[in-house]
Design a protein around this ligand. Structure first.
Ligand code: G1P
Length: 294
């Protein structure tokens, strides 16, 4: 059996939900406390045993490449000042090689993954989306890799969402359940409100056999006028089973404003350095608000 050593991180989106912040800065570089969101994703891939990552970028995304590169001037400066803890934090990750390719037209997630076909070749691989950060004892991607090792089939990470949110996600229609793993009869991208076959939503973590490219090669425009990964998954599932796995862990949606603010707050509250003070600030703010009402 071939092992999963390569991962794709699509990062070509325009980040319109965060304008004007993302006018000249990639949304993947927006920080949660002091770390860009994309670094949480790269860290999860490394912790799951990935050795090569391909980041699919687009126009205006150069700072992502700079972030995962050496910065000799900064490192020398921190070294001279004896700031060794910070020095460790800014060093480029040595456990993986990070590669880049540009998606030349914004044609959607399915097209972004298709752009990586030559990098992947004839191997199973992982895809991680940057809008979901997962905190878990065992990394979410690692859980999916273990499912692949058992089944040798593609596996899509899912979690339950409230009924009124199903239209924001790819949704699976499960037919059989074995523990946390589902066989799926249908995958549907962003079903219209009230029409979702279940509340099991695709959560930005995937393992694919290379056969997915057969379907991405000829994939046509789908929901939202984009080439959809979920449509290719549905077609793959008709010839070769694609499992859904309800992974363990808390998932944070950093792809929209409220989720982003909430994640920042929760991570700040958990932070060893500033957590207690942040809690005090939050309490003070709430008290001020209450007082203002009187
Ligand atoms: C993408 C996928 C969708 C998935 C979601 C998870 O949608 O197309 O199937 O449920 O990510 O975050 P997007 O949020 O990019 O529109």
């Amino acid at each position: 059996m071939k092992t999963i050593k390569k991962a794709i991180i699509p990062a070509a989106g325009l980040g319109t939900r965060f304008l004007p912040a993302t006018k000249a800065m990639p949304k993947e570089m927006l920080p949660i406390v002091d770390k860009p969101t994309i670094q949480y994703i790269v860290d999860e891939a490394i912790a799951s045993g990935i050795e090569d990552i391909l980041i699919v970028t687009g126009k205006g995304k150069r700072s992502i490449e700079d972030h995962f590169d050496n910065n000799f001037e900064l490192e020398r400066n921190l070294m001279d000042k004896g700031k060794f803890e910070l020095l460790e934090k800014v060093k480029e990750p040595s456990e993986v090689d990070i590669h880049y390719i540009r998606q030349k037209e914004p044609k959607g997630l399915g097209h972004a993954v298709w752009c990586a076909r030559k990098f992947i070749g004839d191997e199973p691989f992982a895809v991680l989306l940057g809008d979901d950060i997962v905190q878990a004892d065992k990394p979410a991607l690692k859980q999916l890799i273990e499912q692949y090792e058992e089944t040798e089939r593609s596996v899509v990470g899912v979690q339950k969402v409230p009924e009124n949110e199903t239209s924001r996600y790819g949704i699976v229609d499960p037919c059989t359940i074995e523990g946390r793993r589902y066989q799926v009869s249908h995958f549907v991208e962003k079903p219209a409100p009230g029409t979702a076959p279940s509340n099991l939503a695709i959560m930005g973590r995937y393992i694919f056999t290379p056969e997915i490219f057969t379907f991405l090669d000829k994939q046509e425009i789908g929901a939202g006028g984009e080439i959809q990964l979920t449509d290719a998954i549905q077609e793959l599932n008709e010839t070769e089973r694609v499992y859904a796995y309800d992974f363990e862990g808390k998932r944070y949606d950093v792809g929209e404003k409220l989720g982003f603010i909430r994640t920042n707050l929760e991570f700040a509250l958990q932070n060893e350095e500033i957590g207690e003070e942040v809690e005090r600030v939050v309490r003070d703010l709430l008290m001020e608000k209450e007082r203002a009402k009187l």
